[in-house]
Every structure is written in C-alpha cells, then in structure tokens.
Design a protein around this ligand. Sequence first.
Ligand SMILES: Nc1ncnc2c1ncn2[C@@H]1O[C@H](COP(=O)(O)OP(=O)(O)OP(=O)(O)O)[C@@H](O)[C@H]1O
Ligand SMILES: [Mg+2]
Length: 223
Amino acid sequence: MIEVKHLVKTFKSGDTNVDATNNISFKVPDGQFASIIGRSGSGKSTLLSLLGALDKPTSGSIVIGGQDLTKLSDHELITYRCKAIGFVFQGYNLVPNLTALENVMLPMEFAKVSRAERKTRASELLEQVGLKDDKQLRKPGRLSGGEQQRVAIARALANKPKLILADEPTGNLDSATGKMIFDLLHKLSRSENTTIIVVTHDLAIAGKTDATFKLDDGKLVSK
Ligand SMILES: Nc1ncnc2c1ncn2[C@@H]1O[C@H](COP(=O)(O)OP(=O)(O)OP(=O)(O)O)[C@@H](O)[C@H]1O
Ligand SMILES: [Mg+2]
C-alpha cells in the first residue's frame, strides 16, 4: 500500500513560491494500476519524483509498504530507489552506447546480481516486451521509439520492483504502439502484483486504469 498524506512540495524561484504539490493525500493498494492526469504544470512529474524518492517533500509523508520515505537516510533512499522502484522516463533515458541487453542489465549490476544471471534475466525481460534476437544486441539509436520505450520498460522491471512509476510512457508513441505499451504494463500489474502509477495525457488510457488522480494547480481535484 502507498499512503500519501498532506504532501507539499514548494519550489522557491526568486521572491515567489510555487506549491507544485499542495496538500495531496491518497492511497494506492498493492497491485493497483493508477493514473495521474492534469494539465501541463499541474504537478504530475513533481508528484512522481516524490513517490520515487528522487526529490524530498517540503512537508507531509509518503508511506510505502509501511516505510516512511521521509524518514529514510540518503543512503537508505539510494537502496530503496535501486531495489523497490522501476522508473520509466518520458524520454526513455537509455544509455546510447550500450546495447538494449546491456541497458537492461545495468540496474542489476547496481543491485550486485551476478553477470550470468543479469544476462539471462535481461534477455528474458526483453523477450517479454517483444524484443527478440538481434534487436537485443542493437544500441538504442538503431531501434524505433516504441522499441526503445519497451527496452526502458524491461529495464524498469530488472530488479523486480514492487512499484513502477512511469511519466507519460506513451507520450511520444503513435496510438497503436501506445496501446501496446499500456497493455504490457497492465499485464505486468496483474501477473507480478506490481503497483503501477502512470502519468498520462491520454484520457482513453486513464479511463482503463483502476484509479485516476486528477491534479490541478498542485491540488488533487478528484480520485
Ligand atoms: N525545480 C523546479 N523549480 C521551480 N519550479 C518548479 C521546479 N519543478 C517544477 N516546478 C514548477 O512546479 C509546477 C509543477 O511542475 P511539474 O513538472 O510537476 O508539472 P507537470 O504536471 O508534470 O507538467 P507537464 O505536463 O508539462 O509535464 C510548475 O509550475 C513548475 O513550473
Ligand atoms: Mg511532467
């Protein structure tokens, strides 16, 4: 279970303060597939970064699996990010000079998984997302946008995270590929009981998730 309580993140720029998240509270049960919607600047990416411990809240708490993220030391946060969370960034963020296979192996190296095991698991994950044979050995520059996004999803799954956070994972894709990526995430949430939270502008996608949180100007306006 993810429990967000009275979450505030205030950015200071010059004399003005922006409450990017303004007293947000919600819960997401384990294994749920939830979406976050809202217009540009409403605080979606900020909320995702806080959930992923990439940034610290100004006030409020985030309790995930009984652990309060705001109480962890920096060292504990690094371990938490590496082991418990898979990120899918909007721009894929693949390492350009590594092959697809090596990109998926990378997070397992940080988690100290043996090389043989890393290779086997990375290859299996890529197969699962529909990337086979020689495509696994290509660098990102020689893959299509949808294929790169699938590599990014496989990489997010590498350490079997309990939580996957995805910022507009289908934003740069055509609608058919977007639907395929969405279906893939949906299948994972069901087969592995992974909790998934996606930011999306696509209302058709949001409408199919278990819960939708709508942000407006840093506030949660509906759930
Ligand atoms: N590092 C920062 N410093 C100052 N202000 C910031 C910072 N990051 C975000 N903001 C502000 O916080 C608000 C929320 O930004 P955020 O990136 O979370 O929006 P978003 O909903 O993800 O938008 P988009 O759909 O365009 O990606 C905006 O007003 C933004 O300008
Ligand atoms: Mg954003």
